[in-house]
Design a protein around this ligand. Structure first.
Ligand code: NAD
Ligand code: ZN
Length: 352
């Protein structure tokens, strides 16, 4: 079969591979829609996870089951499924601890295009199908569904980690697709005021439609000063970081109230140490919590997110600015995520 792969750091292309084989608990899935991610760009062009040779890329897919192992109970060939970016081994001590993302080791629940071939192939392998797949209802379009495996779960996780209380004030730093889902997640969690930090007009419009009450543009001055001014000198209850370099951590700590929470879902790709401003962190005593996490995966999470879309609580289709048809457009779609043209939020490739 063919797959669109990372050939080595800095280089992508098509390769031939053996079709994957399902173990007793696994499934083989044919992708129906896939989306490239900023994380794929970190992997290929920044060497974020180290060198990989001829590894099929991609971790955001919806697809059709073509084969299941002998022990799979709930799925059969022909089922249309949402496949989470994070597909843990559910039999592990870390799962018992409540951190399936780190099942079998830190970040090890992330398997696609990390420790095994990803979803940009004619077929891909899903471990523990009963625990990692979710049925896709007919009424959800493929474009919308393709935002569930990573964008929705990650952005919403930002809101979950941010410990949002009903009516509280939340800042979201970075409103690419992940941050926009952070805005939507904050709204769902009951935030009273949502301050989105971003400048691109299309993202600003989508942020407002997802519930942003205020927009802060870095072009109008230091974002911390603007947010402190907007909140009458108090700062926000929660800050979600969904973009930026390590300096954003300093801003987040400064703009968050004592007792507040800083929730990071961003990938920090540079520097040895993340800066925490000493005096703004109360010299270590401000009760400003700093949290960060990999997006939740697995079947239950996907089923819950599917409900959000099915019952029109959030329309993730607003993220999809570019739709392509056919594998031949895979490279174009991936490179969009690298070049980030102004009109882009998220591309999807439909494989009809
Ligand atoms: P993106 O590049 O499309 O969006 C990030 C946005 O942040 C951009 O619009 C950028 O202009 C903006 N930004 C950068 N610095 C900023 C600053 N100082 N202040 C305000 N805005 C700033 O990326 P994305 O696809 O939305 O992904 C966001 C991050 O989330 C990436 O680092 C990605 O790797 C990471 N990610 C994490 C997980 C997870 O599980 N935690 C999953 C998927 C993606
Ligand atoms: Zn992703």
């Amino acid at each position: 079969m063919k797959g669109f792969a990372m050939l080595r750091i800095g280089e992508v292309g098509w390769i031939e591979k053996e079709k994957p084989v399902a173990g007793p608990y696994d499934a083989i899935v044919r992708p129906l829609a896939v989306a490239p991610c900023t994380s794929d760009i970190h992997t290929v062009f920044e060497g974020a996870i180290g060198e990989r040779h001829n590894m099929i890329l991609g971790h955001e897919a919806v697809g059709e089951v073509v084969e299941v192992g002998s022990e799979v109970k709930d799925f059969k060939p022909g089922d249309r499924v949402v496949v989470p970016a994070i597909t843990p081994d559910w039999r592990s001590i870390e799962v018992q601890e409540g951190y399936h993302q780190h099942s079998e080791g830190m970040l090890a629940g992330w398997k696609f295009s990390n420790v095994k071939d990803g979803v940009f192939g004619e077929y891909f392998h899903v471990n523990d199908a009963d625990m990692n797949l979710a049925l896709l209802p007919d009424e959800i379009s493929l474009e919308k569904a393709a935002m569930i495996p990573d964008m929705m779960t990650t952005g919403f996780h930002g809101a979950e980690l941010a410990d949002i209380k009903i009516g509280s004030t939340v800042a979201v730093i970075g409103i690419g697709p992940v941050g926009l889902m952070g805005v939507a997640g904050a709204e769902l969690c009951g935030a009273g005021r949502i301050i989105a930090v971003g400048s691109r007009p299309n993202c600003v419009e989508v942020a407002k439609s997802y519930g942003a009450t205020d927009i802060v543009n870095y072009r109008n001055g230091d974002i911390v000063t603007q947010i402190i001014d907007l909140t009458n000198g108090k700062g926000v209850d929660s800050t979600i970081i969904a973009g930026g370099n390590p300096d954003v951590m300093e801003s987040a700590v400064r703009m968050t109230k004592p007792g507040g929470t800083i929730a990071n879902i961003n990938y920090f790709g540079e520097g040895k140490i993340l800066p925490i401003p000493r005096s703004d962190w109360g010299c270590g005593m401000a009760h400003k919590n700093i949290r960060g996490g990999l997006c939740p995966g697995g079947r239950l999470r996907m089923e819950r997110l599917i409900n959000i879309v099915k019952y029109n609580r959030v329309d993730p289709g607003k993220l999809v600015t570019h739709v392509y048809h056919g594998f031949e457009n895979m490279e174009k779609a991936l490179l969009l995520m690298k070049d980030k043209p102004k009109d882009l939020i998220k591309p999807v490739v439909i494989l009809d």
